[in-house]
Ligand binder design. Sequence first.
Ligand code: F6R
Length: 262
Amino acid sequence: MRVIIRKNAESACVTAARTIAALVHRKPNAVLGLATGGTPVNCYAELIRLHRQGKLDFSNVTTFNLDEYVGLPREHSQSFYSFMHDKFFNHVNVAPSRVHLPDGMASDLAKACDDYEQQITDAGGIDLQLLGIGSDGHIAFNEPGSSLASRTRVKTLCLETIRDNARFFGSEAAVPRLSVTMGVGSIMDARRCLLLVTGANKAAAVRSAIEGPITSQVTASALQMHRFATVVLDEGAASWLTRKADYQFAESSMPDPDELLG
Ligand code: F6R
């Protein structure tokens, strides 16, 4: 794992965005795996800024999102479909036909999950998967106890995630209990993983994911087994790492993340 620590959330988000931009420059028809949540909003804002400056063209890019709530219509303000369009797709030139999110309203959810996996395969696999981490250590909605070999499926949210996400819904009672989520195995198939984490409230989860044992109790820890996983943190998210000085020392002799993809 490559661990990059930035001074603040804003510069962590810019680093993540520049890494994605470098991939799209190198491979204009890249397949991007995307995440929702509070963390990546400024990463998307930076990608939009680069696009508006004429420096980034998404016309041949294909996207697959990690997850969606079950039972929320697309037009619901808190659906991940709405989130992605509000925060990113409506502001760049990704072709709507190349945008994919799991369908949480499908009448046959099991089949929709299998179809989603097939669509990713048909697109040639994900070149770079952007990820966030839950305070319980989840990636996508792979809650503690999720199989590290899991594929796209329906998953129950755990109580901690329902509490965390109540901020978007106004109350815990309004948060859906089920999601459709790419599995840990689906994520591990991506050619590169980019975990972006900001804020001291995630410091414990970050330490478990990076320095703890690999365990289904902290599904982000599976990234330790990925060949090309980069973690971009701000100082708060990095504050519980015991080897922080080593990561910073290693980073001082590494190329820029943009070059890493070159
Ligand atoms: C979102 C997702 C989740 C979030 C995680 C962190 O698509 O898959 O794993 O990345 O819950 O969310 P925030 O950024 O809101 O703290």
